[in-house]
Design a protein around this ligand. Structure first.
Ligand code: GDD
Ligand code: MG
Length: 361
């Protein structure tokens, strides 16, 4: 039996306003929550029991998944009334585990899409007799992540979470958000107070001489924590670049979910997802974007690399680039939003109220 912990209790601040109505791991990427993709992949790798470490909007997870029967795994929930951080969450989950003290327990950050060979990570942990094995990947800009330099025998040398000075940028190898822990190390995390696994537990284990190894896997990897990463991850799933057994019905260029209505003269492409009961009107163009259920894009509007919340309405001939529109917002015709714009849920905007270029495109 292999057990896993899914960390899903964060507030998803960088994805507001989307995370006002749903926790980040439950926002639909390619039509289903990131959590569903992760559970499906863990199950494929032989995981039979998953404990979700919840805090923010915990009830959304229990309502969606119950005991996990529909997904073919056993799910249990460890709720934190007050968020305990990534390490405190692991300690809080420990009593739900059945693994023995020296058994491997997998841990997943709840907002990562990846092509990691999970079984190879567990095997590396086992064959190197490690206390902890960390999944590492390489990225062009490691600064928003945890930097993890290793020696030639894969031993982790340091753990530098979100470095702030140039001297700290010693590697492009980062913590990719999945670990194998020897179970008893989880029990050793302090109880009842917030603990960061990245800032406290990992550096503490290194200082205490624990055997912590890095496992580099450079297949597909993406942290969905920002709006742009979120739309890219969704599009990559739709296009088959990110592997997930939970994506159903993609044409390769777009995923149009049941009940959605796309006018024959509209263009929906570059990995866009059109949610249930959405309407995309004549001449509209939806490119690389996510329309959540019931959203409406009116005639001639252009929606590029953007997320449109549930039941939001984008008026005719609007242009949106890298914009997040909250649930049920109503944007009148002929508005233009530049990269980084965020419209709060329920906002009502009249016609031609916001432009970012002098001339209409
Ligand atoms: N239960 C619980 N309680 N979960 C939490 C808490 C908490 O207090 N805080 C965060 N989480 C969950 C989030 O829901 C998310 O799934 C995961 O832990 C990681 O939190 P993020 O907020 O997404 O962290 P990050 O992306 O800035 O950094 C982390 O992930 C990077 C890779 O994606 C770190 O682990 C970095 O070292 C790493 O490189
Ligand atoms: Mg993250």
């Amino acid at each position: 039996m292999l057990e896993a912990i899914l960390l899903v209790g964060g507030q998803g601040t960088r994805l507001r306003p989307l995370t006002l109505s749903a926790p980040k791991p439950m926002l639909p990427v390619a039509g289903v929550p990131c959590t569903t993709h992760q559970i499906a992949r863990a199950r494929e790798a032989g995981v039979s029991h998953i404990v979700l470490g919840t805090s923010y909007q915990a009830e959304v997870f229990t309502q969606a998944y119950g005991d996990g029967g529909d997904l073919g795994v056993r799910l249990t929930y460890a709720h934190e009334k007050v968020p305990l951080g990534t390490g405190g969450a692991l300690r809080n989950v420990a009593e739900h585990l059945h693994s023995g003290p020296d058994d491997p327990v997998l841990v997943f950050n709840g907002d990562v899409l990846s092509g990691l060979d999970i079984e190879a990570l567990v095997e590396h942990w086992r064959s190197s007799e490690a206390d902890v094995a960390l999944y590492l990947t390489r990225v062009a800009d490691p600064r928003p992540f945890g930097l993890v330099p290793t020696d030639p025998s894969d031993r982790v040398l340091a753990f530098l979470e979100k470095p702030t000075t140039p001297e700290e940028i010693v590697t492009d190898q980062i913590n990719a958000g999945c670990y194998v822990f020897r179970r008893r190390l989880l029990d050793d995390i302090p109880d009842g107070r917030p603990v960061s696994v990245e800032r406290e537990t990992f550096p503490g284990l290194l200082a205490a001489g624990a055997r912590v190894i890095g496992h580099v896997d450079t297949s597909y990897w993406l942290d969905l924590g920002t709006p742009l990463a979120f739309v890219r991850g969704s599009a990559d799933l739709v296009r088959g670049l990110a592997p997930s057994p939970a994506v159903v019905g993609s044409t390769g260029d777009a995923l149009v979910l049941p009940g959605a209505n796309v006018h024959p003269s509209a263009v929906v492409d570059q990995g866009s997802t059109i949610g249930r009961d959405c309407i995309v009107h004549a001449g509209a163009h939806v490119r690389g974007s996510v329309l959540m259920d019931g959203a409406v894009v009116e005639s001639g509007a252009e929606v590029i690399d953007s997320v449109i919340g549930r039941a939001a309405v984008i008026g005719g001939n609007c242009r949106l680039l890298e914009t997040v529109v909250g649930d049920a917002a109503r944007i009148g015709p002929d508005n233009e939003f530049a990269a980084g714009a965020r419209i709060w849920p329920g906002t009502e905007l009249g016609p031609m109220s916001i432009r970012f270029s002098a001339e209409p495109a």
